[in-house]
Design a protein around this ligand. Structure first.
Ligand SMILES: [Zn+2]
Length: 77
């Protein structure tokens, strides 16, 4: 079975986010998932976020299956 390291680590990050959606929110500017304590999106500098758990989980699943959307690694530690 071939291993795609980047894809699996992305899927792992998505799983962590989906398991604890209250700790994250989705940027309305660029759809990135960032830590709930972050005031301004590090990617697009937006300050509008959707902190709904359902939206965070939905975006995390998208993140796990796609490669374009970025997640800030700092927010996962
Ligand atoms: Zn953004």
């Amino acid at each position: 079975m071939p291993t795609f390291k980047q894809t699996s680590s992305r899927a792992e990050a998505a799983a962590k986010i989906a398991a604890n959606p209250a700790a994250f929110k989705v940027c309305e500017g660029c759809d990135s998932i960032i830590g709930s304590a972050t005031a301004i999106c590090p990617n697009c500098h937006s300050f509008r976020f959707d902190a709904t758990a359902a939206q965070v989980i939905r975006q995390a699943r998208l993140l796990g299956s796609r490669e374009q959307t970025s997640v800030t690694a700092n927010d996962l530690s």
